[in-house]
Design a protein around this ligand. Structure first.
Ligand code: TNX
Length: 542
């Protein structure tokens, strides 16, 4: 009798230590298929061992760190041939047969085993994220992991988030946190907007004045976050990332299955370049400074001039960028280049005449073609904002469309791969709340539901059977009014979570009411667990 008493006591104690496993139907973004098999749950405790096939060594460590963080469970990593006895095994398996498409994973649990099978690193990372969503958000000596079978893969190949570090710069630690957010939401591309009129943020060894001069401005306009007021002061503001820091970011992203696409914005949005090297502009004799205010000020921001020194610079600099970033794509900007400077410059007009360029649009295309050529020598393709299609371009150029559906349709009809980033609703610097007290933002209103209901494939492309040209979509985070990491988090959460489901989940499986339910039960607590700011008042203020 005393034995059964003791066992009973054990049961009570272990029950109290056991974390409550969340439900499979709380997962965001919603998986292609999941099945709770309803068998005896699998126990995870400190004796559980992680076993990883060779390609997933780094992901085993990533999983180990996340488990420690989330549940305070420190598990050992062992080799696949080790025999962990009767304890539970978490296996990360390299599998190209069942996981038969890019980024796909299978997550199966039952008996003393939890298996994640994937054919590539990104797929394995997605499987790990789903696994973590099935674990409680609390310290647990022991977790009863549900028996499930989940088969999952993305709707779109390109799932991106952008961050502008020119208007405001953010510490490397925050960029890593941002990459953690992307990984959690199964995004696979980070678009790093590194340069603009308001500051150059990338160390370039061959042109040191870019960071000595181009990274610094004399004042900064700071939007308010809740009760912090808007301020326009005259302190020196700026900074840049060293190439070592950039490599650190790229490596951090790679473990999480994320590609880092750098953007160097030319031939407009170039005032930081021009402050450092006025000889590349149409007015080399003026005293140019890095821009202190935002907006497209045609008469304030000079642009690059088509002279030999400028092209030499573009070739050398872009090749240095290409050597630094393993990404197959380099973003070269191309947006909002005001043509008035070229019209007013006699040497530019002479250049156009000598090269048979009949107008400034053709000159813009000439710039894009030159840079594409430099990058092709390094085996890189270019991405550019939709204005790169003002002239003829070869179809390897990827078009990032910040306009409406029309520009995306036009680009797809010309057989360019397209990434949709329409200002409405994918600019997360726009308002998300109707609360008049809400933190300062820029122009439009892009509430949570508009993001959730967005379809990156316009109906017309579907009818024309041209939908394959839509690679996917991206949320853009311009930081004119985001002076701190907390403000960035507040603007992206929960809209980024909504976008993750747009990009991952079959539209037939989407449902806004159910998304909000999952947001409230599973995701808002997750933001809080991360210690992140977020806009949680969407029921009342949208
Ligand atoms: C337009 S769309 C820009 C950015 C601004 C943004 C503000 C595009 C490629 N350029 O320079 O930061 O609007 O929403």
């Amino acid at each position: 009798r005393w034995l059964s008493c003791l066992l009973g006591l054990f049961a009570v104690v272990s029950f109290q230590c056991q974390g409550q496993a969340p439900l499979a139907n709380n997962i965001v973004p919603r998986p292609v298929s999941f099945n709770a098999t309803g068998e005896r749950p699998v126990t995870i405790d400190r004796h559980t061992v992680i076993l990883a096939d060779a390609p997933y060594k780094a992901q085993a460590e990533y999983l180990q760190a996340l488990l420690l963080d989330q549940c305070d469970l420190g598990l050992a990593i062992s080799t696949p041939d080790a025999k962990p006895g009767r304890h539970t095994k978490i296996q990360l398996l390299h599998d190209t047969i069942e996981a038969n498409r890019p980024e796909m994973y299978w997550l199966e649990s039952g008996g003393p085993v939890i298996r994640i099978k994937a054919r590539d690193v990104a797929g394995m990372v997605h499987g790990i994220q789903t696994f973590l969503q099935l674990l409680p958000l609390q310290k647990a000596k022991q977790v009863a992991f549900p028996t499930v079978e989940i088969k999952d893969y993305p709707r779109f190949a390109y799932r991106g988030m952008h961050l502008d570090v020119s208007r405001h710069i953010f510490p490397v630690d925050f960029l890593k946190k941002y990459l953690d957010y992307l990984a959690f939401h199964k995004f696979n591309n980070f678009h790093w907007h590194l340069t603009d009129d308001q500051g150059w943020r990338l160390e370039i060894k061959s042109y040191p004045k870019l960071t000595q001069i181009g990274s610094w401005r004399n004042s900064t306009l700071i939007g308010h976050f809740k009760d912090v007021p808007v301020r326009y002061d005259s302190t020196r503001y700026g900074g840049f990332y060293t190439q070592d820091q950039v490599r650190e970011i790229i490596a951090y992203a790679a473990v999480r299955g994320i590609n880092v696409i750098p953007e160097i914005d030319i031939p407009g949005h170039s005032r930081a370049i021009i402050a450092a090297y006025p000889e590349f502009s149409t007015k080399p004799d003026s005293a140019w400074q890095v821009a202190n205010t935002w907006g497209m000020y045609n008469r304030q921001n000079n642009v690059l001039a088509p002279n030999p020194e400028t092209f030499k610079f573009l070739e050398t600099m872009f090749q240095e960028v290409a050597d630094l970033f393993p990404s197959p794509y380099i973003h070269i900007g191309g947006d909002e280049c005001s043509k008035i400077w070229w019209k007013a410059s006699s040497s530019t007009q002479a250049f156009m005449k000598a090269n048979g360029l009949k107008d400034e649009k053709e000159l813009q295309t000439y710039f894009i073609k030159q840079v594409s050529g430099y990058l092709a020598k390094k085996n890189k393709k270019v991405v550019g904002w939709h204005e790169i299609l003002e002239g003829e371009l070869d179809t390897t150029a990827v078009v990032m469309n910040w306009g409406g559906a029309a520009e995306g349709i036009a680009a797809a009809k010309r057989h360019h791969p397209v990434i949709m980033t329409p200002g409405n609703p994918l600019y997360f610097d726009n308002y998300q709340s109707k609360n008049p007290q809400d933190s300062l933002a820029i122009h439009g209103y892009n509430p949570l539901e508009a993001v959730y209901q967005y379809n990156p494939v316009p109906a017309e492309l579907q009818q024309l059977r041209l939908q394959k040209y839509i690679l996917g979509a991206q949320g853009n985070v311009w930081t004119e009014y985001m002076g701190s990491p907390a403000k960035v988090e507040y603007m992206v959460f929960p809209r980024m979570t909504a976008l993750s489901e747009v990009l991952w989940t079959d539209p037939k499986q989407k449902d806004f009411a159910d998304f909000k339910r999952r947001l409230k039960t599973a995701i808002l607590p997750r933001y809080a667990f991360w210690g992140s700011a977020y806009f949680g008042d969407f029921e009342r203020w949208t």
